[in-house]
Design a protein around this ligand. Structure first.
Ligand SMILES: Nc1ncnc2c1ncn2[C@@H]1O[C@H](COP(=O)(O)OP(=O)(O)OP(=O)(O)O)[C@@H](O)[C@H]1O
Length: 309
């Protein structure tokens, strides 16, 4: 395999203070270095901070043709916040055409793993590879807590992101239709409800038709109808060939939507497979029961790794 390195952090300039990009969008403000073996800097296309710690990215060529429909490959990934180890030896493949769902208790490491897979922070061990095509936006990402600068309207906010990948207002309005938020197009993002803000975040994540869409708790805080819609969007994206990777605590939706489920427990993958495989293996009828049978420790106490700050 030949590799080439380039500094991805400056491939797109960050939004200015006057711009409508999310204040807390990790793709904008994350200051960590990112080192991903990749065709492109994941999501750097939309908004990296371009700052002094911007990512080094390894450009991989001559990839193994046999793994061509695996778009993300994480191998033995470890991650520590300082000396607190959060992920241990996690290997995941994220194929095109599948919904891959990460489930697990609060604090198990799901967001940490998603961010490593999306190239938003560098794993402290192992490797993460993007194996997909060289497209304007390889990875779209919905953070767990999306937020946008409050003074701009929904459509202005999304037009900013769209402009980075050659899309226009019409494309933005179509995305808003897709997530069921067209009626709020002219509303200022600071005046949106929590669920509406998440839907703007989902619209943002799918701008430019990324080959991989990473959604951190996309249905959190949504009403039942909108949760159904969001999981249907995930399914539809996958059916059109996108690799969708999401986390959710809504196990009924995960069970009926996902092609591959990984149960992350205390930083380690303890179950994986199609939901039906997992149910058969454990001998239960629902993913909820599988979860309850598999998760170690007290289900009603959050396990906290490391010292409390
Ligand atoms: N920036 C940080 N600095 C230090 N520790 C962190 C940081 N972010 C997360 N952690 C810790 O890492 C662990 C995993 O957190 P993470 O957010 O990945 O869990 P999660 O599985 O996504 O949880 P939830 O389901 O509650 O969203 C937790 O113990 C958390 O306190």
């Amino acid at each position: 395999m030949t590799t080439e390195r380039y500094d991805s952090g400056r491939t797109n300039q960050p939004p200015t203070d006057d711009g409508p990009a999310a204040d807390s969008d990790p793709a904008v403000t994350d200051g960590s270095g990112v080192r991903v073996t990749s065709d492109r800097a994941p999501d750097a296309d939309l908004a990296t901070d371009g700052g002094p710690e911007a990512a080094d990215v390894t450009l991989a060529a001559d990839r193994d043709a046999a793994s061509s429909d695996v778009l993300l490959n994480a191998s033995s990934v470890a991650f520590a916040y300082g000396d607190v180890q959060v992920l241990d030896d996690v290997s995941v493949t994220v194929p095109a055409g599948d919904v891959t769902a990460l489930i697990g208790p609060n604090g198990a490491g799901k967001t940490t793993l998603l961010r490593a897979l999306a190239g938003l922070h560098e794993a402290t061990g192992g490797t993460v590879e993007y194996l997909g095509p060289d497209v304007p936006r390889p990875i779209g990402y919905l953070p767990q807590r999306p937020s946008f600068r409050p003074g701009f309207t929904v459509v202005e906010t999304l037009e900013f992101y769209a402009s980075l990948v050659g899309e226009d207002r019409e494309d933005v309005l179509n995305r808003l239709d897709r997530v069921g938020l067209r009626a709020a197009a002219e509303r200022r993002v600071g005046a949106l409800s929590g669920g509406m803000t998440r839907l703007v975040g989902i619209a943002q994540a799918i701008i430019g038709d990324p080959t991989v869409v990473v959604l951190d708790e996309p249905a959190s805080g949504l009403d039942p109808g909108m949760s159904t819609r969001v999981f249907d969007i995930a399914r539809d994206l996958a059916d059109r060939g996108t690799a969708v990777l999401l986390t959710s605590h809504d196990l009924a939706f995960v069970e009926r939507t996902a092609d591959q489920v990984l149960l992350l427990d205390d930083g380690v993958v303890t179950e994986r497979g199609h939901p039906e495989e997992i149910l058969d293996r454990i001998g239960v009828d629902t993913l909820q029961e599988a979860y309850e049978a598999s998760v170690t420790g007290d289900l009603q106490q959050v396990r906290v790794r490391g010292e409390s700050a």
